[in-house]
Design a protein around this ligand. Structure first.
Ligand code: DAH
Length: 375
């Protein structure tokens, strides 16, 4: 009997150790510990032994049964955890799983592209404060208080309105000499105030762009957001002309859209430029035709559909521009008889929407990775 137990021990531990999966292990459990199992049979035979042998062999046999059960359990849990972590079948030739790394947001990429184009044309990149004074955002840009042009910019005003003078913070003290001009604070509604700030600190000639965040107190829809990005441009010198503006803008769009693209200047109004212009580019989708040819009907006849990007007009409004107004130069203490220049302002989202065919501005700020990861 003792020899049988010894043999069972050797054999069973070896086989359990070699078990590759839970099914094999379960079969072994039945083979040794099941109702008709080999060890169960041995234990049953104990009752036929003499009392002396029972005393000697009984406890050893029970101990073995306990050890065997424990061993089954520990191997079973090892196999189970290996199976769930996939370790049982490692295919070392399989390509590794890609680590998800972040990337720049589409708007950041487009802004960088715009910066690079202008830098290559010798423009400097400048920035200014997002919390701005009424003076820089409006008055100095020839938009006086109570002027109807202010309606063009719905404004977020700051509640705690301290005084700001020449870009430096000042405590409201009641006898501020500069209080004749308004230093009420707001969130800038456009990047144009940086024109004044830059001119106060620099002498022409120069050419700058100002990318930055702007804010409007407006209802949102597919083409309006309460905060968005603009890129302002300003070039000032003794003989900067509208022809220079045309060249710079045409060159910019050619590089941005990677092809020669027609532009059109329309008269428009902005208080800080004279003349003021609206710049249109030929529709990037329909190529200016206002129609898109489609072959897809059953008889594969060609149909012409209206272009939904330019609303059949063939042109896309893309930026405001103009020649800097003499009043703006005066506010910056430049002599308007000596200097002239052009300015422009464009919406970054609008550019990205046109370039990548994005239908809704709110997508940029949705935080939806299905959108963000496409770029
Ligand atoms: N600041 C204008 C806006 O937000 C855009 C603009 C128009 C900027 C004409 C300019 C300009 O510099 O010349 O609507």
């Amino acid at each position: 009997m003792e020899i049988r137990i010894e043999e069972l021990k050797k054999q069973s531990f070896k086989l359990i150790e070699e078990a590759k999966d839970l099914k094999t292990l379960e079969n072994l459990r039945v083979r040794y510990l099941g109702r008709k199992g080999e060890l169960t049979a041995v234990l049953r035979d104990l009752k036929n032994l003499s009392l002396e042998d029972k005393r000697k062999i009984g406890p050893a046999a029970q101990k073995f049964r306990q050890e065997l059960e424990d061993f089954f359990d520990s191997v079973a849990s090892k196999l189970a955890s290996a199976a769930s972590s996939g370790k049982t079948s490692i295919d070392v030739t399989m390509p590794g799983r890609k680590i998800a790394v972040g990337h720049l947001h589409l708007l950041t990429m487009v802004e960088k592209e715009i910066r690079d184009i202008f830098k290559a044309m010798n423009f400097s990149v400048v920035d200014g404060p997002e919390v701005e004074s009424e003076y820089y955002n409006f008055d100095a840009l020839n938009i006086p208080q109570n002027h109807p042009a202010r309606d063009m910019w719905d404004t977020f005003w700051l509640q705690d309105n301290q005084n700001v003078a020449n870009g430096k913070w000042q405590m409201a003290n009641g006898n501020d000499k500069l209080s004749a001009i308004s230093h009420r604070l707001l969130l800038r509604t456009h990047t144009s105030p940086v024109q004044i700030r830059y001119m106060e600190m620099h002498k022409p000639p120069f050419q700058i762009i100002v990318p930055g965040k702007v804010f409007r107190f407006e209802a949102t829809d597919a083409s309006h957001e309460t905060n968005f990005y603009q890129v302002e441009g300003l070039m000032v010198g003794k003989d900067v002309s509208l022809a220079n503006l045309k060249f710079v803008i045409r060159e910019f769009f050619k590089r941005l859209f990677d092809k020669k693209i027609n532009i059109r200047l329309r008269p428009s109004y902005f208080p800080f430029v004279e003349p003021g212009l609206e710049v249109d580019v030929q529709c990037v989708k329909c190529g200016g035709k206002g129609l898109i040819s489609q072959s897809g009907t059953a008889d594969s006849a060609k149909r012409n559909l209206g272009c939904n990007i330019c609303k059949n007009s063939g042109w896309l409004e893309i930026m405001g521009a103009g020649m800097v107004h003499p009043r703006v130069f005066e506010a910056a203490h430049y002599n308007p008889e000596e200097y002239q220049g052009f300015a422009f302002g464009l919406g970054l989202e609008r550019i990205a929407m046109i370039k990548y065919g994005i239908p809704d501005i709110r997508l940029f700020y949705s935080g939806d990775l299905r959108f963000i990861n496409q770029f």
